[in-house]
Design a protein around this ligand. Structure first.
Ligand code: UDP
Ligand code: MG
Length: 330
């Protein structure tokens, strides 16, 4: 289609009333003088503040600004998936509206991609995040890469650009437990990285507290690796070998030297230790089972409540459309 803009910005919004207008202002300042046509596809992920109202007003002023309002909070992964499905550009650039990623670097991403890449990942030069967040993300990415063998670059920023073939390959991945960076690595194609500054949030506060980050980390591990289950087997086999040796030692000691083993404390400790390990492993299996259940139900990844500046046909997910009600007896 010839009416495709060169670039679609894909931006998830969740309680971003303080950022969205400034974000648009800075994007305009960065792109309006460039020889580049663009649209901004905002996806509201169920905010209950003035985010939708303010973004809808921006849409009314400028038809390059689009908004997909989701029916409730579906999570950022679902929101960006909705954005990619509604974007029409030849290139798509994902970024957050809190201005942690600098809009003035959009053009650099676009130019880098033109050197012959399908995907350019932003990596953070230095991070404004707290020490605990940095530590958490270091441990998370290192162990995830070890478990999955994916080799995801460390220090990834949200900002990244990719082309339509890449987006279409991404959308083929219909899983419900969506770990976006993992799917990006699965898609493959020609990719590179670009260093980008990381600033403090313009306004508002982060939506990812420690608990939410832990849940995302667990989702990512479970969606992309079965190593934790295999580790259970290795642990069990090692323990079996050790206890067999210990048992043999106790047996010989009693038989040859007549010295029996005693010790209430050690018995209780061993029982408690083994009990806890078993409960942990059961929980782990339950976590896999729960996610398997979610995939088996195959519920829609997101639901759309309303769109602004997008025509009706732009809603491609079958499941996102309401099911027609059939008359009884027909
Ligand atoms: N976000 C979302 N749905 C959610 C939580 C967050 O769409 O359930 C969006 C939010 O609007 C923001 C982006 O995800 O634009 C990143 O969130 P945030 O800036 O709070 O995370 P951080 O940058 O601190 O990791
Ligand atoms: Mg942020």
């Amino acid at each position: 289609m010839s009416d495709r803009p060169d670039l679609s910005l894909i931006v998830a919004l969740y309680y971003e009333e303080e950022c969205v207008e400034e974000f648009v202002r800075q994007v305009r300042a960065a792109l309006d003088d460039e020889d580049l046509t663009y649209e901004i596809v905002f996806v509201d992920d169920g905010s209950q503040d003035r985010t939708v109202e303010l973004t809808a007003a921006l849409c009314a002023d400028d038809d390059r600004i689009k908004l997909v309002q989701l029916s409730r909070n579906h999570g950022k992964e679902a929101a960006v998936t909705a954005g990619i499905e509604h974007a029409r550009g030849r290139w798509m650039l994902m970024m957050d509206p809190d201005l942690q990623d600098p809009p003035e670097r959009i053009v650099d991403f676009y130019q880098k991609a033109q050197e012959g890449y399908d995907l350019v990942f932003g990596v953070r030069k230095e991070r404004s995040a707290s020490l605990s967040t940095r530590l958490f993300s270091k441990v998370f990415w290192t162990s995830l890469n070890w478990m999955t063998g994916l080799q995801i670059p460390t220090g990834l920023s949200v900002m990244r650009i990719f082309n339509r073939p890449f987006a279409e390959a991404f959308l083929q991945h219909k899983e419900r437990v969506r770990f976006i960076e993992g799917i990006f690595m699965l898609v493959g194609m020609r990719r590179t990285t670009l260093e980008v500054e990381h600033r403090p949030r313009f306004a508002g506060q982060t939506k990812f507290n420690f608990r939410r980050r832990m849940r995302l980390a667990l989702n990512a591990m479970i969606a992309f690796s079965d190593k934790p289950l295999q580790l259970g087997i290795s642990f069990g086999v090692t323990l079996l070998a050790a206890t067999s040796l210990w048992g043999l030692y106790a047996f010989i000691r009693k038989l040859v030297f007549g010295i029996g083993m005693s010790g209430w404390t050690s018995t209780i400790l061993v029982i408690l230790l083994l009990g806890s390990v078993q409960i942990i492993l059961l929980g782990l299996i339950g976590s896999y089972l729960g996610r398997l259940y979610a995939e088996a139900k195959a519920r829609p990844i997101y639901g759309v409540q309303r769109t602004f500046n997008l025509d009706e046909q732009a809603v491609p997910l079958e499941a996102a459309r309401p099911t027609p009600v059939r008359e009884l007896g027909t």
